[in-house]
Design a protein around this ligand. Structure first.
Ligand code: HEM
Length: 136
């Protein structure tokens, strides 16, 4: 790999890693916050994390395509791990958008459930990342 290629992968991976921190940390803080306004503020961090993960994950694929002319050839456990990550990012995004735009009409129990679900999805995705890394 050339230095340019390594640098490009590294920069996108930095964004992807920080997005993972935002998805996990934002969801965790939303679960833990007792005040409704703090919960909403940190839920924005979780949403930013989900958006970042979708975009930077796609960018990692795009970088491979740019340098090799095709996407990485993955199958089996690695492919399932990638699909799981994509499903987590899409579901986490939908849940956080629904919460942030509809929370005023929602009972507290539903808000708590949605924040917990976002945390479970983030933990699942970050765990799947390890399988994607070592089975590909
Ligand atoms: C659309 C969704 C996603 C796509 C397409 C995607 C794609 C990728 C790719 C291609 C890699 C590089 C794998 C390798 O080095 O072999 C990666 C690594 C990683 N992803 Fe994702 N990802 C997505 C979502 C997520 C989410 C939601 C999280 C966590 C909340 C996450 C956390 C990580 C971490 C921590 C790594 C580094 C793994 C390591 O090198 O040990 N990803 N991802």
């Amino acid at each position: 790999m050339s230095a340019t290629q390594n640098l490009t992968y590294s920069i996108v991976q930095v964004v992807h890693n920080l997005g993972a921190v935002a998805a996990v940390g934002g969801s965790f803080a939303a679960v833990k916050s007792r005040s409704a306004s703090t919960k909403k503020n940190v839920a924005w961090i979780a949403l930013a994390g989900w958006v970042t993960q979708g975009a930077s994950g796609a960018a990692l694929g795009a970088v491979s395509f740019y340098f090799y002319g095709r996407f990485p050839d993955i199958s089996g456990v690695a492919l399932y791990a990638l699909l799981l990550k994509m499903a987590c990012a899409a579901t986490g995004f939908v849940l956080m958008v629904a919460y942030l735009y509809r929370a005023d009409e929602w009972p507290v129990k539903r808000i708590d459930w949605v924040c917990l679900a976002s945390l479970a999805l983030a933990v699942s995705a970050i765990s799947a990342a390890a399988f994607l890394r070592w089975f590909s």
